[in-house]
Design a protein around this ligand. Structure first.
Ligand code: GCO
Ligand code: MG
Length: 399
């Protein structure tokens, strides 16, 4: 009998506390055969659930789950207007679940389907922050003692709400100038006080005027960062030409991208060094695999987005691609808590600063649906959306 998709189930859970995870299960006409995919977009989580339940689910039921590319293209083009983080996450839930199923059918881990291991494990970076330079340095030392070789460093800006490190007092106001003044001092301190072989990273988080980001990038060049992340918002992509002509600091960009029109030109023109899209936000593993291959021809390495608002299934998807592509660069990691591991058996393991895959077929990760219910989404007034961030004069700022 032909194999078909019989059901699509959406699981909402929040084992990490405030992160509203959305994961998708595809069930098939073979009773034991199912797959899981990540569809997590925390600030609009319930909207993704609607997109899946109302549109994607009725669309894919009855299809042959083996036809991953065909289903992807058909579901993508089933709305004349497509792309965007909501629809892409809905597609990703399906696409990653189909790769999981494909692996189970082949009795192989997904990295085998992608060509097999190109490395044994995946080198990670994690985050250190603090209210003072000393605190940041201490936190970096503690992480290196746990085996991490790459650490992203962010420091609080006194009196302001700074991404990555909140100052005491819970400020909600943000000004770019004090941030841009403090960051080079942080790296001067870190390079003076830490061993030189620690790889340091920093995330601007697209919150400052483009010309200030260029100035900051130039100032930071001498501190030998592994990369500087998101200097601009995607809308300001053209500024990369100006940045690139002025500094050789390695640039990572991409967690906000949702459409090939945003990332294809940056690679072709060799304007970035690390492609760090959020895989579920561009549509899942199928498109990410193509993107990785395209980047390889231009000397651009991968650095997929890996924060806590990617589910453990999304982290497993990152890992399988990381293991198989030649141009792997680095992987951002989340140190998952016990509740996450309880809900998601098979969550990839971190050892010695590397992420390790198990050798189970598919993505090697499952969901305990009963345990998932123990961690419902929190009751938040903005349902995961962010409250406004304002400049001192009241102007809204990106965050
Ligand atoms: C990172 C990111 C995240 C984002 C978050 C938004 O580099 O890991 O910038 O921390 O801020 O994913 O929801
Ligand atoms: Mg970032």
């Amino acid at each position: 009998m032909a194999l078909t998709i019989t059901n699509v189930k959406v699981v909402r859970t929040a084992p990490q506390g405030n992160q509203q995870l959305v994961v998708v299960k595809i069930e098939t006409s073979d009773p034991g055969l199912y797959g899981w995919g990540c569809a997590t977009f925390t600030q609009r989580a319930a909207t993704v659930v609607t997109a899946i339940e109302e549109f994607v689910k009725p669309f894919v039921i009855g299809w042959d789950p083996q036809r991953i590319e065909d289903i992807y293209q058909a579901a993508l083009t089933s709305s004349y207007w497509h792309s965007g983080p909501v629809l892409n996450n809905a597609l990703s839930g399906i696409d990653e679940a189909l790769w999981d199923i494909k692996g189970k059918l082949a009795n192989m881990p997904v990295y085998q389907l992608f060509g097999g291991k190109a490395r044994e494990a995946v080198d990670l970076y994690t985050h250190a922050s603090g209210e003072t330079f000393e605190q940041v340095a201490d936190n970096i030392r503690a992480l290196t003692e746990r085996g991490f070789r790459h650490v992203r460093a962010q420091v609080a800006v006194p009196g302001y709400a700074t991404y990555g490190s909140r100052a005491a007092g819970n400020a909600r106001s943000w000004e770019p100038a004090p941030y841009v003044r403090i960051v080079p001092k942080l790296f001067e301190y870190l390079r003076t006080h830490l061993p030189e072989d620690i790889e340091l990273l920093h995330d601007i988080h697209q919150r400052i005027p483009p010309i200030m980001a260029i100035g900051l990038a130039k100032e930071l060049e001498k501190y030998r960062l592994f990369f500087l992340e998101d200097p601009f918002a995607p809308e300001d992509n053209e500024y990369f030409h100006i940045l690139r002509s002025q500094t050789a600091i390695p640039i990572a960009m991409g967690e906000l991208f949702v459409n090939p029109a945003e990332y294809v030109p940056l690679v072709k023109d060799r304007l970035i060094d690390f492609m760090r899209v959020h895989i579920s936000d561009i549509g899942g593993l199928s498109i990410a695999r193509k993107l990785a291959a395209y980047c390889e021809f231009f000397g651009v390495r991968t650095a997929w987005h890996g924060p806590a608002d990617v589910s453990p299934i999304g982290h497993a998807a990152n890992l399988h691609l990381d293991l198989a592509v030649h141009n792997f660069g680095i992987q951002e990691c989340t140190i998952f808590n016990d509740a996450n591991r309880e809900v998601f058996p098979g969550t990839p393991e971190i050892r010695d600063g590397y992420l390790w895959a198990n050798d189970q077929p598919g993505l090697g990760i499952d969901v305990d649906e009963e345990k998932a219910k123990k961690y419902p989404w929190p009751d938040q007034p903005l349902r995961g959306g962010w409250a406004p961030l304002r400049r001192a004069d009241g102007t809204i700022n990106r965050q």
